[in-house]
Write a protein of this length. Structure first.
Length: 201
């Protein structure tokens, strides 16, 4: 989610919003009229799921995701999880990617929607056939550029809230696909932003 609708100021990571949720109130770092203010009760944080996607007050979103044992990558359990993630992501028109903790599994898997692969922001055509979704299991950042860029960023787990986040312009990740094959992929622009956001989960 990258289109700005409700601004939440500058964040190091969208996960800061998740960590700041308290009961039915959420305290957001919003810079308005030269002062930081708290915004309470504007959003219904009691709603824990939106179409199967866990929202900010779910404890699992604060857990450190564990790696998937390599022998389990092609197991029925992991295949079912990946299918569930793809279904949840496909159900969100503006969704660009999703991580396993967002559907209740604290393990290191994320999926990038195929329509965003190889594209730059604003270059998506509705008439163009999207590529296959990219499944990343046990992803690691192996290279990060020193140059950074500030961009609007959101999260399917803090619906309709967006903030400006500093991200490296270019990154390289190492991960396993759903068949258990290891791969290395470099990214710039929007895809680099997506990789960094999902690994934050």
């Amino acid at each position: 989610m990258l289109k700005s609708e409700t601004s939440i100021g500058s964040l190091r990571s969208v996960s800061e919003v998740i960590f700041s949720a308290k009961n039915s109130s959420v305290y957001l770092k919003i810079y308005e009229q030269k002062s930081w203010i708290s915004q309470q009760n504007q959003y219904n944080w009691k709603m824990t799921k939106i179409k199967g996607i866990y929202q900010a007050n779910e404890p699992i979103l604060r857990q450190i995701a564990k790696p998937v044992p390599l022998v389990e990558i092609k197991s029925p359990k992991i295949r079912r999880l990946i299918k569930k993630m793809k279904t949840a992501l496909a159900g969100e028109k503006d969704g660009v990617a999703i991580a396993a903790p967002q559907i209740g599994a604290a393990i290191r898997i994320f999926i990038v929607a195929g329509k965003w692969l190889g594209k730059r922001k604003g270059e998506i055509s509705n008439n163009e056939k999207p590529l296959k979704d990219l499944v990343c299991i046990n992803p690691e950042l192996v290279s990060i550029s020193k140059k950074k860029k500030e961009s609007e960023e959101g999260c399917l787990s803090v619906r309709w809230l967006y903030g400006k986040v500093q991200r490296a312009r270019n990154v390289t990740i190492q991960a396993f696909d759903e068949e258990g094959k290891e791969f290395v992929r470099g990214a710039g622009g929007i895809l680099a932003q997506i990789f960094q956001h999902e690994i934050d989960h």
